[in-house]
Design a protein around this ligand. Structure first.
Ligand code: FAD
Ligand code: NAG
Ligand code: NAG
Ligand code: NAG
Length: 596
């Protein structure tokens, strides 16, 4: 049995040796200055892009604040990604107990991993590249149409080094042949594009941040948490030049609260002037942003920070006695995620990736010498879809029970009934991750306390809408039709029907709707694509940010990360988020006074 601990221990040692020689980048500082032009919160997929683009002009000062530290060298090995979960590099959130799904998980709760450190979730994701479907963008606001974004798609495709890595594998070939056999059925197929360079992970940490982090005008604070964004009290004195006081007088005639003069002035202006940070050693400081604060803290971190700062639905803020800076009802609403049903397919031919193959000397040598082979892949052999239903072929046969159970939160019984390979690392098979590209269910993020250091409450409401179940059933059917094509038959592909306690009274066949629904509600898993919690929209009723990603009703505050996506991406979100950030950087630079 493969012991992933020994495996990761080995890599940790190599990692230590390698990073010890790393020179400290100029931009990494211990303490921030009192003032920058731009303050960027969160060094994830979007934050790394913003930091690099905005600091390109040496006359602009930029601060990037990141709650975590560095990702270890292990994170560069694509197929090792699951090992990073539950480590110090992962926020390791959990959802609320689910009512419509997750019945086969401990406490009916899903794990929600999120990257913590330079590169964010881009450093522990599964590296699949996609821009969704063109029609997705017809639901985005003005300026973000698929046609207008073309230049950014081209640029980002190059930046992320998207390419299909596993084309030579037998299962990838079988998917291509299935595409031919099923031609005309309405199904379409695609190779799985991955973001890899020389066999290693290629996130925006690599493509953007590392290229910028020796600039004197960029400062990066690691292990530092932004605890508040606000019109900081102590900064108000500075931010309130005398000529504006006249406005106060005019305004106070409308209100009886004369003592609130200063606050009212700034509330009327509604200008965010900075952030409060807390360093690892506990020291807190206020840092001013003379131009803008840009939130890139992710689909969970951004709404959480906004609400803690008093920007969010009034009822939520009142609940924890947080002074309301601005009532923005849409903050934390519209939580979107894809939901995946793993359908296991057994194979007679030895064409999948077994743990034995992964650990073989030849695989390891191939990786370290040439940066190729299975370790340099994410195991995804192909993607197929019909209408809104999709399957991803994950060509990994045997799954380390301990690891998979830890990261999925499956009960032992559920896990063993789904994956017959649990006790046999030699066995061949693969998994069809079956999902719905445009789920209709919408969850939310709410506060659990008034501290940024406590976890927010995550309610994805998976499968609340029946359409999502029906759509996932169609995805499973697509998988079943794929394995009936000639090459899969030749490989002896046969679907494994899980023996699930909760579904025992039903016809034990995925072709039966009731059975399929039951299994999906027991064993489906998050796809790790939380998005939408501060969505773009035309009014503050409907959205949190406008088409320039400015928070409605507030000056000097923008959001760019997974939270602004208005509807699901029909695919994976990471590269779409890079597109968002690249375009926003362009918008800011164009209107900035630092123009070249
Ligand atoms: C296991 C997994 C697999 C995935 N697989 C894929 C895939 O194959 N393809 C794909 O396209 N997408 C995938 N994704 C999703 C994708 O990685 C994310 O959608 C994307 O990285 C989100 O980018 P972001 O900029 O919104 O946030 P993140 O990259 O999560 O960055 C947010 C950053 O902000 C920091 N932060 C948060 N709060 C604070 C604070 N208060 N102060 C300071 N810093 C803070 C965090 O530490 C983090 O570094 C996957 C995700 C996971 C977790
Ligand atoms: C796809 O959607 C169309 C239109 O709703 C429908 O006619 C067709 O049957 C669907 N295809 C499949 C394979 O479900
Ligand atoms: C969050 O979603 C759940 C499930 O749909 C719902 O019951 C709850 O009322 C929602 N909370 C808020 C604040 O929107
Ligand atoms: C920076 O500012 C100086 C003085 O205003 C100007 O001469 C110089 O061209 C600017 N540099 C850039 C890169 O914009």
């Amino acid at each position: 049995m493969w012991n992933y601990l020994i495996f990761s221990g080995l890599f940790a040692i190599v990692s230590l040796l390698l990073t010890q020689n790393l020179k400290r980048p100029i931009s990494i500082v211990d303490r921030g200055k009192t003032r920058y032009d731009y303050v960027i919160v969160g060094a994830g997929t979007a934050g790394c892009v913003m930091a690099s683009r905005l600091s390109a002009n040496s006359n602009t000062t930029v601060l990037l604040v990141e709650a975590g530290g560095y990702f270890g060298w292990l994170s560069t090995i694509p197929i090792a990604a699951p090992i990073l979960q539950k480590s110090y590099m992962d926020w390791a959130y959990k959802t609320e107990s689910q009512s419509f799904s997750s019945k086969g998980l401990l406490d009916n709760r899903q794990n929600i991993p999120r990257g913590k450190g330079l590169g964010g979730s881009g450093q522990l994701n599964y590296l699949v590249h996609s821009f969704g479907r063109p029609e997705d963008y017809s639901h985005w606001p003005e300026g973000w149409s698929h046609v207008e974004l073309q230049p950014y798609f081209h640029r980002v495709t190059k930046l992320v080094r998207a390419r299909a890595a596993l084309v030579k594998e037998d299962l990838a070939r079988a998917m291509r042949e299935a595409a031919n056999s099923l031609w005309g059925s309405g199904a379409s197929f695609a190779e799985a594009q991955t973001t890899l360079y020389k066999g290693a992970r290629w996130s925006t940490y690599h493509s953007h941040l590392r290229a910028a982090w020796d600039r004197a005008n960029l400062h990066i604070l690691v292990d530092t948490t932004v605890t508040r964004v606000s019109d900081l009290l102590s900064l108000r004195a500075i931010a309130c030049p005398p000529h504006l006081r006249k406005t106060t007088v005019e305004y106070t005639t409308l209100t009886p609260f004369a003592s609130l003069e200063l606050k009212i002035l700034l509330d009327k202006e509604n200008k965010i002037v900075g952030v409060e940070v807390q360093y690892e050693d506990g020291l807190s400081e206020e840092i001013e942003a003379t131009e803008e604060v840009i939130l890139c803290a992710g689909a969970i971190g951004t709404p959480h920070l906004l609400m803690i700062s008093g920007i969010g639905p009034r009822d939520q803020l009142d609940k924890f006695k947080i002074p309301v800076q601005l009532d923005v009802p849409a903050v934390g609403k519209n939580y979107i995620d894809h939901f995946n049903m793993p359908v296991y397919v057994q194979l007679k031919s030895p064409v999948s990736i077994t743990l034995k193959k992964l650990q073989s000397i030849s695989t390891i040598v191939q990786y370290f010498l040439f940066g190729t082979g299975l370790l340099a892949s994410n195991g995804i052999m192909g993607i197929a879809r019909v209408n809104d239903s999709a399957v991803l072929l994950a060509g990994i046969a045997s799954t380390d029970e301990k690891l998979l159970k830890i990261i999925s939160n499956y009960r032992t019984k559920t896990f063993r009934s789904l994956f017959p390979s649990y006790a046999d690392p030699m066995r061949h098979g693969f998994i069809f991750m079956s999902n719905c590209l445009q789920p209709k269910s919408r969850g939310n993020i709410t506060l659990g306390s008034n501290s940024i250091f406590d976890r927010p409450i995550i309610e994805p409401a998976f499968l609340e809408r029946y359409e999502d179940v029906a759509c996932t059933i169609n995805a499973i059917r697509l998988g079943l039709s794929i394995i009936r094509t000639p090459l899969f038959r030749k490989f002896g592909a046969e679907v494994h029907v899980p023996d699930i306690e909760e579904c025992q009274d039903l016809v034990q066949d995925y072709r039966d709707d009731a059975f399929a629904e039951c299994v999906i509600r027991v064993a489906g898993l998050t796809s790790h694509h939380p998005t939408g919690t501060c969505k773009m929209g035309n009014s503050d009723e409907d959205g949190v940010v406008d088409e320039f990603l400015r928070v409605h009703g507030i000056q000097g505050l923008r959001i760019v990360d997974a939270s602004v996506l208005p509807i699901p991406v029909s695919g994976m979100p990471n590269s779409v988020i890079i597109v968002l950030a690249e375009r926003l950087a362009g918008i800011i630079l164009q209107s900035s006074k630092f123009k070249r």
